[in-house]
Design a binder for this molecule. Structure first.
Ligand SMILES: [Zn+2]
Length: 127
């Protein structure tokens, strides 16, 4: 699965250390690009997620990271599981990357906002 990575300062929910972690996410054209907060997301090409740029270029989606605390011997010292981060894109620019503890549908790289196809699209049979 192709995704992009944003390198952001995040406070690890486990060790509370501020780490600069690569967060894998799927917004805009998916091409294994590396971003930093403040940079502009590209929507060029056919391989975009979601398939069309949201209105005004505003979108929030879930990304994934492991704690990169160098004081831990391995990242699994800190937390054995992949952590979720919320990536906020405003006007195509990565505005915020923060630890996300909210509810999730279980969908990978879930888009939180704008809600995709209405509040309860999951069991929709419309095609
Ligand atoms: Zn940590």
């Amino acid at each position: 699965m192709t995704f992009n990575t944003v390198y952001a300062d995040i406070q690890c929910p486990f060790c509370k250390e501020k780490v600069t972690s690569g967060v894998g996410f799927r917004i805009g054209s998916l091409a294994n690009k590396n971003y930093k907060p403040g940079e502009k997301i590209g929507w060029e090409g056919a391989h975009c997620h979601p398939s069309a740029r949201p209105k005004d270029g505003n979108i929030k989606a879930i990304g994934y990271f492991n704690c990169d605390n160098v004081k831990c011997k391995t990242w699994s010292d800190c937390y054995p599981e992949v952590q979720q981060a919320l990536i906020t894109v405003k006007n195509d620019v990565i505005e915020k990357v923060e630890v996300y503890k909210g509810p999730l549908s279980g969908e990978q790289f879930e888009i939180i906002d704008p809600v995709q196809g209405g509040a309860q699209k999951r069991r929709s049979s419309k095609k």
